[in-house]
Design a protein around this ligand. Structure first.
Ligand code: PEP
Ligand code: MN
Length: 362
């Protein structure tokens, strides 16, 4: 599936942008003093274009800090006036959206929990109709690209063309060092389905802790993502939410200094020639790979026919276990990643068994 969205490129609503789109600010707005002091330090770094801050906070469990509410919108107006930064906050229902629009908030984002609910997204989209707000849609908490695309479509169908997707990771299903598992393949899939949609990364909610922010942010640029939304607090040690993952503005500056920003194409003319050369070698190797797989299929079928004649099952679990062990060992000796070899041979074997059972059922 490829979806059609009618989208303005970032340059149209942020003409002076000359770098990746960088959004920074605290997880939650807490006090006027915290909001303004953080904003002033962030604005001094000209790589930051948008100031973020949660006014209404979605909390997994009741009883945690649920945001300062509407007063926060006033503080965002002050930030805009005093620093010239655009300002943004999360909206999670029609009333938030109305209030934020009335307060002149430039960027409204839909949080991960809301994206997972089409009713909530539609309610927000209905209020957005007829405005030229900038709207960002975080991925849903579960790795369902269709649900993410559906939310973007609902907002786009309300006439919102200044649209951006935010990748903030997914609820982990097993042990991982991340608070929210990045599952990068969903970003690749979103890019495939919506090629003209800008996508930025929120390393803060993926990481859950400061130590992982650099690695995730660099990976986002390596993958050609269009920017970052990073949480920054004047003093993370006393933040009322997400204190482990927020950076002081000075530490954000240091992190940005270390990041290498990559471009889709190089200025160096020799680069394209060299890349073409390497790619033609990859093309030739891929052809060989497919030829080898096709020869393998022929033998698999021959074995299938032979097993059928002798009334032997298609799946022979001992042979399968030995084969897997041996291939993983060989792969390791050839410097292949263990998980990769395992998944590859699982697929190959699954398809061999499928072909052999088909032969037996003929
Ligand atoms: C946030 O950005 O503050 C937030 C709550 O994020 P998410 O919706 O990604 O959990
Ligand atoms: Mn947060």
């Amino acid at each position: 599936m490829v979806a059609e969205l009618n989208i303005n490129p970032i340059k149209e609503w942020l003409p002076h942008i000359n770098n990746p789109l960088l959004i920074a600010g605290p997880c939650s707005l807490e006090t006027e003093e915290q909001v303004l002091s953080t904003a002033k330090l962030l604005a001094a770094d000209h790589r930051v274009f948008i100031y973020r801050g949660g006014v209404w906070k979605p909390r997994t469990r009741p009883g945690s800090f649920e945001g300062v509410g509407s007063i926060g919108l006033k503080w965002l107006q002050m930030v805009k006036q005093e620093t010239g930064l655009l300002v943004g906050t999360e909206v999670a229902n029609a009333q938030h959206t109305e209030e934020a629009l009335n307060a002149g908030i430039d960027v409204l984002w839909i949080g991960a929990r809301s994206t997972a609910s089409p009713f909530v997204v539609q309610e927000i989209a209905d209020v957005l109709k007829g405005t030229n707000a900038i709207v960002m849609v975080k991925n849903p908490v579960n790795p369902d690209v269709q649900l993410w695309v559906g939310a973007l479509e609902r907002v786009n169908q309300a006439g919102i063309k200044n649209l951006v997707a935010i990748h903030r990771g997914f609820t982990p299903f097993s042990d991982t060092p991340y608070r929210n598992y990045p599952n990068w393949k969903t970003v690749i899939e979103l890019k495939r389905v919506l090629p003209n949609l800008p996508i930025i990364c929120d390393p803060s909610h993926i990481a859950g802790k400061r130590e992982l922010l650099y690695e995730i942010s660099q990976k986002a640029f390596d993958m050609g993502m269009d920017g970052l939304m990073i949480e920054s607090h004047i003093d993370p040690s006393c933040a009322l939410s997400d204190k482990e993952q927020q950076l002081k503005p000075e530490d954000l500056r240091k992190l940005l200094d270390r990041l290498v920003i990559r471009h889709e194409n190089a200025d160096n003319p020799g680069f394209e020639n060299q890349l073409d050369l390497l790619r033609s070698r990859i093309d030739a190797l891929d052809k060989e790979l497919l030829e080898v797989l096709s020869s393998r299929v022929e033998i698999v079928k021959e074995i299938g026919r032979y097993k059928k004649e002798n009334n032997v099952t298609a799946l022979q679990i001992n042979r399968w276990a030995q084969l897997m062990d041996n291939r993983v060992k060989m792969g390791k000796e050839m410097n292949l990643n263990e998980t990769f070899t395992k998944i590859l041979f699982q697929l190959i074997h699954e398809d061999s068994v499928r072909m052999q059972t088909e032969i037996m059922d003929e």
